[in-house]
Design a protein around this ligand. Structure first.
Ligand SMILES: [Zn+2]
Length: 58
């Protein structure tokens, strides 16, 4: 039983979204749905410092 990385609920009870941050595709995080995924991204500031938003001044 996998727990949502964001809220801790069992993801199988919803429509789970699996996230892989490794080259071999092994899931490193899972979420109930895209709402929890989006909330987690906002909380973790994952939208800053990414390659597509790279800033030379930091
Ligand atoms: Zn959740």
């Amino acid at each position: 039983m996998a727990e949502c990385t964001y809220c801790g609920c069992p993801v199988e009870a919803h429509e789970p979204v699996f996230l892989s941050e490794t080259p071999d595709g092994k899931p490193t995080a899972q979420f109930c749905n895209y709402g929890c995924l989006s909330a987690h991204i906002d909380d973790a500031d994952l939208t800053t410092g990414t390659a597509c938003e790279w800033s030379p001044t930091g």
